[in-house]
Design a protein around this ligand. Sequence first.
Ligand code: SAM
Length: 324
Amino acid sequence: MNIGALFAVIPLLAVVIGLSRVKFPRAPLIAAVLVAGAYGAATASIGIWAATCWDCRVEAGPRSDVLMVFAVLFGILTAGTLVGIWLGARMVTMLRRLMVTARELREIASDVESITFTDNPKRMVAEGYDRVAQAYTQWRERTAKQPITGYLDRVTEGLPHGARVLDLGCGSGAPYAAMLSERFDVIGVDISAGQLAFARDLAPRAAFIRADMASLPLRAGAFDAAYVLYSIIHVPKEEHEGILRSLHALLRPGARLLLVTGQQAWEGTEDDWLAPGVEMFWSHFDRETNERMVEEIGFRTLDARIEPDPLGGAHLFLVVEKPA
Ligand SMILES: C[S@@+](CC[C@H](N)C(=O)[O-])C[C@H]1O[C@@H](n2cnc3c(N)ncnc32)[C@H](O)[C@@H]1O
């Protein structure tokens, strides 16, 4: 075997596996097992032959020692090949994701980052989340992922790898945008630049846009699923219907939406939210109004439940579908 040719195969394999990894996430693992199996078997047979067959060794003379050395080198080469393929595949996947992300943004977004927040509640929310971004991110990473992951599974059920998923009011992207972007093209939208700075770090495979969810710079029919976790509750409730209507337009027929929103009507502010001096604003309808609104807009309700909130209180979890 020509060792030079073997080394030439490594980058080639890395590229093929890296490209196929988006559609077949287990490709590197399968390749590693196949390569390890083939090289391992070859190494082991040479080693066993040279170590156990005394007659062959006598016959082969000094050649047997050369073979023993060759077996060890072959083993080292096996390990090197695996590491090479693994690293190469990861690099190619990352490059591909960066290209996909840039293309996704060009395809789905218009007028990115051009929004100015003039009205007071939104400025209060954006600045508040900028200030608590780090504390919120740390808290979010510590809180239980259930029941949200269960609902997200329901919303993304049956979607192929690479399907486009919208995270509206994504915050720091931890942990859900980070998790889902392993399988899907996740686009996160948030009003807080501070939260998005964390999100870009914590969910490097997702794409993020700074925008007000009430005027989304996104194209109709662009998404296969969407989720809105505890974010619409920070927007004045008069705008909720418009936001849900634009979500309906953004989703393709048959797509599902998880909406986590208020279960009791309330509007108000807090002065020291999560940190001294941080003002925050909330506004939401009661359960009945929310449930009626999604149906009137044209969604079909699949599930509606009240779930306890890790910060106290409870929220309405609505799983709805845009009829096909
Ligand atoms: C409670 S956090 C939830 C973040 C994330 N969905 C999660 O579950 O961890 C609310 C998020 O909604 C964002 N948000 C509030 N008002 C918004 C608006 N008008 N447009 C976009 N994002 C908004 C905030 O910046 C914040 O990151």
